[in-house]
Design a protein around this ligand. Structure first.
Ligand code: SIN
Ligand code: CO
Length: 377
């Protein structure tokens, strides 16, 4: 069964009642779930320099945070502790495949998959997140308490980096066993405590800040605006009170700003913003040359890189493709290849042969290769 159809959830009812609104406990969300990473593998990742990891422990009545990379000695503690490893999906394709469980939601809304390992009693403390998350229990059990709705005014314990709530009003509790899932919308206080040792997969989402949307939209608009266009006021009314900015002057200014805002724009700023990678993709000229040569020879398959942030939008003249924060336009013929790549994460057989024969699709593959969104084998 592909991960896509493995999720035991009524998607329409979830979208209508829960997404961005209300938590949902999904018992046996995945039948016979076999966690795609073991605690041992997770600990191994946390030893590596390039992997972002943290340990949170509760010691002597206070929460403490340690940043990786760790050594094996760090995993021998006499407190209740949790190891959190970010973007495990970038390193393990089977973990990346968990994102397909939720691809009834726009793919560009998904973030990386974080995996945590906790010893008995381990917890990261009561907190809320600004983003939606599906918590999927791997090994062992974790008791999750859900609490009040929070926003930036919620009181926090004093800590430079951790955002732990100083007040948690428990409203509901769920004991998650392997394969169970809990959806937590942004702002809902939650607090998970391990029952025995175990792992939890956080399939996280991203949402751009409205601040950033305004700034990127304005940047794109400013690139297009004629810098030699000035405020104009033909037919001006004569001044009776010197120094005054009159309501009519303001109206005129706002109307001119509005006319500038109403300009036709391709809105690529949005796709560029939502596909911006959190971690800069590694690029190696030799690997790129080798991959290009393989493409020309007619490779066996082209696969989506687990860390790729790829999206597209249909436009009057063709398709705009957004790859790791960059945008480029392609002819409409590339659409079936993009749908296949974004849906199946793979291009092979006849479809790949057609892509390599088609000038637009061939240019698309080269572009995705350069952007670090695909690899070839
Ligand atoms: C955890 O896995 O313990 C933390 C995940 C979360 O609360 O978002
Ligand atoms: Co959380």
């Amino acid at each position: 069964m592909s991960p896509r159809s493995a999720l035991n959830l009524d998607k329409e009812s979830f979208l209508a009642r829960h997404w961005q609104r209300k938590p949902l406990f999904i018992p046996s969300a995945i039948a016979h779930f076999k966690p795609p990473v073991s605690s041992h593998q997770l600990a191994g990742l946390a030893l590596e320099e390039h992997v972002e990891s943290r340990i949170i422990e509760h010691r002597d009545g206070s929460w403490q945070l340690h940043h990786g990379p760790f050594t094996n000695a760090d995993f021998k503690r006499d407190t209740a502790w949790t190891l959190l490893v970010q973007a495990v999906d970038h390193y393990l394709p089977d973990v990346a495949a968990l994102r397909q469980l939720v691809d009834f939601l726009p793919q560009w809304r998904t973030d990386d998959v974080m995996v945590s390992y906790a010893v008995d009693g381990g917890s990261v403390g009561p907190h809320y997140d600004n983003y939606d998350v599906f918590l999927l229990q791997g090994e062992g059990e974790r008791l999750w308490k859900l609490g009040q709705f929070c926003d930036a005014s919620a009181p926090l314990l004093p800590h430079e980096e951790l955002r732990i709530l100083s007040l948690f009003e428990s409203e509901k509790e769920f004991l998650l066993r392997p394969g169970d899932m809990l959806y937590v919308p942004p702002g809902t206080a939650h607090w998970g405590v391990a029952r025995g040792e175990g792992t939890t997969f956080s399939i996280g989402f991203r949402a751009p800040r409205v601040n950033d949307m305004v700034s990127r939209w304005a940047d794109q608009l400013l690139e297009r605006l004629d810098p030699d266009l000035f405020y104009h006021d033909a037919n001006i009314e004569s001044v009776t009170r010197p120094g005054e900015i009159r309501p009519r002057d303001l109206e005129r200014a706002l109307a001119q700003v509005q006319a500038a805002l109403d300009q036709e724009m391709d809105n690529h700023w949005f796709g560029e913003l939502v596909t911006e990678p959190r971690y800069t993709p590694a690029s190696d000229e030799d690997d790129l040359a080798e991959a290009r040569a393989l493409l020309e020879e007619g490779v066996a398959y082209v696969a989506l890189s687990p860390e790729a942030k790829l999206a597209w939008q249909q436009e009057a003249g063709g398709i705009a493709v957004f790859a790791n924060g960059d945008a480029r336009q392609f002819p409409p013929e590339v659409l079936p290849f993009l749908i296949q790549l974004c849906g199946e994460w793979l291009l092979q057989g006849d479809l790949l042969a057609h892509a390599l024969d088609d000038a637009g699709a061939d240019a698309l593959l080269n572009y995705l290769l350069e952007a670090g969104c695909i690899y070839v084998e």
